[in-house]
Design a protein around this ligand. Structure first.
Ligand SMILES: [Fe+2]
Length: 370
């Protein structure tokens, strides 16, 4: 559907019309958007004035509407030209990442969103395409990423900034003695999201395969968005309770206790999908009414069945040099078991947050005038 927007003038007032509904734009809103070198810094686009110190009683003395601009004189003597397009864009949030439509997928997905790595990729158009694909599918895989000198860190910091945790700047995923997490064993890992006990939860996990010379050790991914939509449609009562009850997620080791209370399915302010959390070895359901708990346990069992069902899971082997970037708010990940005696399986992992990917997308969009 095309959004029809229009600007109209009447009696020194500016009106904004969208889908037939017409509303006056507050003159102060327009006054805040005064531009030109005296009012806005050219490079940073930050205001050179503080709107909180302006007279509240701003009025428009004179206004003219051309094809592309609003020309306004305000009652404090300031004059400006504001582009109509910029008002439309600001209203509809055209640049906003949330307008990238998520593509639901299940085990039938064949396209593994592969992108060839090259040295300058971070400043190339292909990175823009890769990141858009990331928001559509929740994951992408870069091929042939250099494996020396913890290149993962450089990779993450070339998209944005690495999100350090108590596991360090990055972590080495290989079986080791006395592990503080099952990830560091050769046991299979059922689909889960990472770190639900953090506040905020790291948005994106990056896993770089350095070696994978074992028979098993396949990576698995499940689209939590697809599963959530399925649950909402077929089991609305379960969907409802999982979006309402806050559960305690906990991580304990000798140095720290991390706890966060949150829903298994978290919705945004418009009741749309925001985030899933699933890690059934470290969640603690609150002691609530028995009848409510009864529904909750059924709902948790059902969503666990869906997450673990082969209907939704894709399975693939990461090859040396492969770098998997996955949305930890949307996807669940896991791995099949492997025999550590057969050879080495060594992955390096780290986290980044959405500000990194969104910032990069917007930068590349500006750079290539997309
Ligand atoms: Fe994990």
């Amino acid at each position: 559907m095309r959004i029809i927007m229009k600007i109209e003038l009447s009696d020194n007032k500016v009106f904004f019309e969208n889908q037939g509904s017409k509303k006056e734009i507050h003159p102060f809103w327009l006054r805040e958007r005064v531009n030109g070198i005296d009012f806005v810094d050219k490079g940073t686009k930050q205001r050179l004035f503080d709107p909180t110190t302006l007279n509240q009683n701003i009025k428009i003395n004179k206004v003219n509407l051309t094809d592309k601009f609003l020309e306004i004189s305000f009652n404090d003597g300031v004059e400006t030209k504001i582009s109509i397009q910029s008002i439309f864009e600001e209203y509809s949030g055209i640049n906003d990442i949330k307008f990238i439509k998520k593509t639901k997928w299940d085990s039938s997905l064949k396209n593994l969103n592969n992108f060839q790595f090259s040295e300058n990729i971070f400043e190339e158009k292909i990175m823009y395409e890769a990141l858009i694909s990331f928001y559509k599918y929740g994951f992408i895989i870069f091929k042939n990423v250099p494996r020396e000198n913890n290149f993962l860190v450089k990779f993450a910091n070339s998209i944005g900034s690495i999100r350090r945790t108590n596991f360090g700047e990055f972590f080495n995923v290989k079986s080791k003695p006395n592990p503080n997490d099952l990830a560091y064993t050769s046991l299979p890992l059922a689909p889960h999201t990472d770190n639900p006990y953090r506040n905020p939860v790291p948005c994106i996990q990056i896993l770089h395969c350095i070696e994978n010379a074992v028979e098993g050790g396949y990576s698995t991914l499940v689209d939590g968005f697809t599963v959530t939509e399925e649950l909402k449609e077929k089991y609305p009562e379960y969907y409802k309770i999982l979006t309402e009850v806050k559960v305690k997620y906990q991580f304990i080791d000798k140095d720290v206790i991390l706890e966060n209370w949150a829903e298994m399915i978290e919705l945004d302010e418009n009741k749309n999908f925001k985030q899933v959390r699933f890690s059934p070895r470290l969640d603690f359901v609150p002691l609530i009414d028995k009848n409510k708990l009864d529904v909750y346990y059924k709902a948790r069992k059902k969503i666990s069945e869906l997450y673990n069902s082969s209907k939704y899971r894709i399975e693939f082997k990461l090859l040396p040099g492969d770098l998997l970037m996955m949305d930890n708010y949307r996807l669940l990940h896991g791995r099949t078991s492997f025999n550590a005696n057969e050879g080495n399986r060594f992955l390096q992992g780290c986290y980044i947050d959405y500000d990194s990917t969104e910032g990069k997308i917007k930068h590349l969009k500006r750079k290539f005038n997309i």
